[in-house]
Design a protein. Structure first.
Length: 363
């Protein structure tokens, strides 16, 4: 249940000069579970961890009706880990999103701040990890579908939702004197959704961005750069294209996504291709109490091939609380291939199995 603090009560309690049409919504998600990993750097691992079903987070959404179809809004969202109480990013409190903006019910909205790109906003909810756990995302989350790459210093424009269709464009400034392109990022996207069909497409280009290529693929070098544990690959250009869709057919919801990531520097480029497909099955005959997810993912990068097979069962105790269990099997092949599911240390072989049982509550 989301908590709404209306401006009249806020003004009375805090003596703040606000309008009666203002509201503040407190929301968030808490997820904790127990993992089993067949091979984590050569050993079996049983651990408690947080945020694997949904990222642990809390946020504030502020809205104020200005009249004439105009609204002012702001969002502050912070990630944390329930099992330790620690912030996800100790150097950035509102690390997930922090922005302010204005909207018009005919012209759309403009917002400024630290904002997630359209890869996550429009395609992220259509991949194998929905429903699922973080290890069902593509290798290393290099495509950004798992929401780990909010864009700093952004300006975003988004159209109104017109009969289910919406589109937008955003630019993130590099803020470097004398070099406008250094550190700059931009993103475009479009989506469509109704009760039966969902579709999304997004493209993001980043200049001077890093990627954990060694941690994901155990490659000792890429495009002339030597790599090791803790050393990131520095891409002069880092582009991502993602497209996904789903359709509800009775008790079945098949879905598919594709994402392509291209890393470039002066030595050339390297391309990661990810293909995902699956089906969610309502075992409760339309009541959505029990949902079974079956999915498959295939990725290729620099002569490596990765195949992942996933099974996930969710029991919805209410609209805001669920218990779940899932298992994912990753098989990697190619030169010196080592399997590494997203969010876990790499295996010492080409095989890794991750299982998880947990509970997730949203408010």
């Amino acid at each position: 249940m989301r908590i709404r603090l209306f401006a009249g009560g806020c003004a009375a309690l805090l003596s703040c000069p606000v309008m009666a049409q203002s509201s503040v919504t407190l929301y968030g998600s808490i997820d904790v579970g127990v993992d089993f990993v067949s091979n984590s750097n050569g050993s079996r691992l049983i651990q408690e961890s947080a945020g694997k079903r949904q990222p642990d987070r809390w946020g504030l959404l502020v809205k104020e009706a200005l009249g004439g179809g105009n609204t002012a809004f702001a969002r502050l969202e912070s990630g944390f880990q329930t099992n330790t109480g620690a912030q996800i990013n100790p150097t950035s409190f509102f690390n997930r999103e922090a922005y302010v903006g204005l909207s018009n019910d005919r012209l759309g909205s403009i917002s400024l701040g630290n904002i997630n790109d359209y890869i996550y906003q429009y395609v992220g909810r259509l991949n194998n990890a929905i429903p699922g756990i973080s290890s069902f995302y593509t290798p290393g989350n290099l495509d950004g579908l798992a929401n780990s790459h909010a864009m700093n210093n952004s300006v975003k424009y988004e159209t109104i939702n017109w009969r289910g269709f919406q589109a937008g464009v955003m630019n993130a400034f590099g803020n470097q004197a004398g070099n406008f392109s250094a550190g700059r990022q931009y993103s475009v996207g479009a989506q469509y959704a109704n009760d039966t069909v969902k579709f999304g497409v997004g493209y993001t280009m980043s200049h001077n961005r890093t990627a954990d290529v060694f941690g994901t693929f155990s490659l000792s070098s890429l495009l002339g750069q030597p790599l090791k544990q803790g050393t990131m690959f520095n891409a002069s250009r880092y582009s991502t294209l993602a497209v996904g869709g789903s359709v509800k057919i009775g008790y079945f919801t098949p879905h598919a996504t594709y994402s392509g990531v291209e890393l470039e520097n002066d030595h050339g480029s390297a391309k990661l291709n990810n293909y995902q497909a699956g089906v969610n099955i309502d075992l409760s005959g339309g009541a959505s109490f029990y949902v079974l997810g079956i999915s498959y993912g295939h990725s290729t990068f620099e002569g490596l091939a990765l195949n992942q097979y996933n099974l996930f069962l969710t029991h919805y105790l209410s609209k805001s609380t669920q218990v779940y269990a899932g298992v994912g099997l990753l098989r990697a092949s190619g030169p010196d291939a080592r399997a590494a599911q997203f969010g876990y240390q790499a295996s010492t072989s080409g095989s890794q199995t991750v299982g998880r049982i947990g509970v997730n509550h949203m408010f």
